[in-house]
Design a protein around this ligand. Structure first.
Ligand code: BEZ
Ligand code: FE
Length: 281
């Protein structure tokens, strides 16, 4: 048995784990301790800095509620949500890529008729979102559930403005038919800041980072036999497209937004989603 020393800190802590524990827990915790201790040694962490970090984490926990999850936001701005997503959703060539889910999805949105509008407040520039849900061979996926949500023209999701926006404003579910096609009318998305009035916002300011996300439409596409697709389509000429506060942009997810003359809507955004089969399904 060894007493704790700076030099042998990792081994001392990791050797304390019991013999009978879950092997995956042992692996994850041993690695976490290794990297955490290496980090403190690397920067010669001062007591004041660690006290500040504990205060930051305490305040991050204290601001969490049913409506607000500051730890997920912290994970998002550190690029960690995108990293975990990338590790867990390596997709084959040709399949649509995942991106961050975000905190503003609401389960149970109304299933709307194909072509219907999701914009209930009449604000913003109207946009037709249209395309097909396909498999890797380009065949239509019938019965895919396309769950969509976006902020309104003022840059707020309906859940951020209860009593001001209808709960289902800019939200809806569309089920594909034989041709795999989906179509709905929303608004041309606008950029918005992630909630930055808490510890995460303070951290961003201290790091000289802005809190903005480039304009995007959220999609959750599910179908039996296929991996769940959590993604967005982005507006390419958005000023924040190369500096998304949560690192969610992928080049393959930048969609066309075409200005329409004499159409039903002011804009049109065509985009096909290609689903990945669940192996063995
Ligand atoms: C969003 O796109 O809704 C979002 C994602 C991550 C953090 C905050 C918002
Ligand atoms: Fe969003």
């Amino acid at each position: 048995m060894k007493y704790f020393t700076e030099k042998d800190s990792v081994e001392t802590v990791n050797n304390r784990m019991g013999d009978e524990i879950n092997p995956r827990l042992r692996q994850v915790m041993a690695s976490l301790i290794t990297h955490l201790h290496a980090f403190a040694k690397d920067v010669d962490l001062t007591q004041e800095e660690w006290d500040l970090a504990i205060d930051f984490l305490t305040r991050t926990g204290q601001i969490c509620s049913e409506e607000r999850q500051e730890f997920i936001l912290l994970s998002d701005v550190l690029g960690f949500s995108m990293l975990v997503d990338a590790i867990n959703n390596r997709r084959p060539v040709g399949a649509t890529e995942n991106t961050v889910f975000g905190p503003f999805h609401v389960a149970g949105a109304p299933v709307r008729k194909m072509g219907d509008t999701i914009s209930l407040d009449g604000k913003g520039e109207s946009c037709l979102f249209t395309g097909r849900v396909l498999d890797l061979h380009g065949e239509p996926v019938v019965g895919a559930k396309v769950d969509v949500w976006s902020d309104n023209a003022d840059g707020f999701y309906s859940v951020q403005q209860p009593g001001i926006q209808d709960k289902w404003n800019n939200r809806g579910i569309f089920i594909t038919g034989e041709d795999g096609a989906y179509e709905f009318i929303g608004i041309k998305p606008v950029s918005y800041p992630i909630p930055d009035d808490g510890p995460v916002g303070q951290m961003l300011a201290a790091l000289g980072r802005h809190p903005n996300r480039p304009a995007h439409m959220h999609f959750l596409v599910t179908a039996p036999g296929f991996q769940k697709l959590v993604t967005h389509t982005f507006v390419g000429d958005d000023p924040w497209i190369t500096s998304d506060a949560v690192f969610g942009v992928k080049s393959t997810l930048v969609a066309p937004f075409e200005h329409v003359r004499d159409g039903r809507t002011e804009w049109r955004s065509p985009f096909d989603f290609v689903l990945t089969p669940i192996e063995g399904a």
